[in-house]
Design a protein around this ligand. Sequence first.
Ligand code: AMP
Length: 285
Amino acid sequence: METIDKIDKCRSTMQKLREQGNKIGFVPTMGFLHEGHLSLIRMAKRDCDKVAISIFVNPMQFGPDEDFKKYPRDIKRDTSLAEKEGVDYIFNPSVKEMYGQDHKTTVEVKELSSVMCGKYRPGHFAGVATVVLKLFNIINAHKAYFGEKDYQQLVIIKKMVADLNLDIEIESGPIVREEDGLALSSRNRYLSREERENAIVLYRCLNIARDMIAGGENDLEIVKKRVMEELKGNEFVRKVDYFDFRDPLTLQEKKRIKKGDGEILAAVAAWIGSTRLIDNIMIKV
Ligand code: AMP
């Protein structure tokens, strides 16, 4: 395995791999790897000849009051985990290498970026789309892998790829969870023991919604009211940004289940103490 921190070196290395006929799989990450990331790496290993991951905590996707500085980083541990999974290349650039002194360009996927998390994290998805496009241009992979944990991000990246005619295939992997159901996240490490025990309320609420809908409830406002009671009743939930039902493709809000809907996304973002967590499930209707 090779770790590369310069754009030119990364580009020429990937170019050579392509010329040799290799199919390249790419997994973008912000590091502090966990089983969620590793599951995507395994998918890439299964499909491709060579696997590159990026480890880059992207300042452009953090708001001024967010956790960019304290975001967990451990490149040594990440390197050893990646090596064990058979990753071929880690691209680990500095912020200066990625953005230089005078970066002016951003990519914005309109509408999809201003709902759900976008409403509470203005500029976040422009930061994500911009860095992902830059990484796609640097790595030039055949396939890229994203987790359904960040469902809105996945929809936005797919739309960017379609709208900008990018020559890359996007694959997605299911959410990897702890035994009690909490979705794995690098941010879980911020949680105190009590917060960690209570963070499971997010997944519990998604399941309450699924059960109510399976029981025949079509009015999603009623489902939401019940779920919000559960969330607000938990003393560790400091704030709920949203608990929404959305169309899985357009992310438009759904207030009622209609015949032929097929699947509905239930998604939540809430603060457990000072940690913002997100989770979602797809509900068959
Ligand atoms: P991050 O390092 O948080 O930017 O995540 C990098 C990639 O891993 C993204 O595509 C995430 O959606 C994905 N990911 C993060 N957590 C999980 C999880 N629990 N299960 C599956 N994929 C995940």
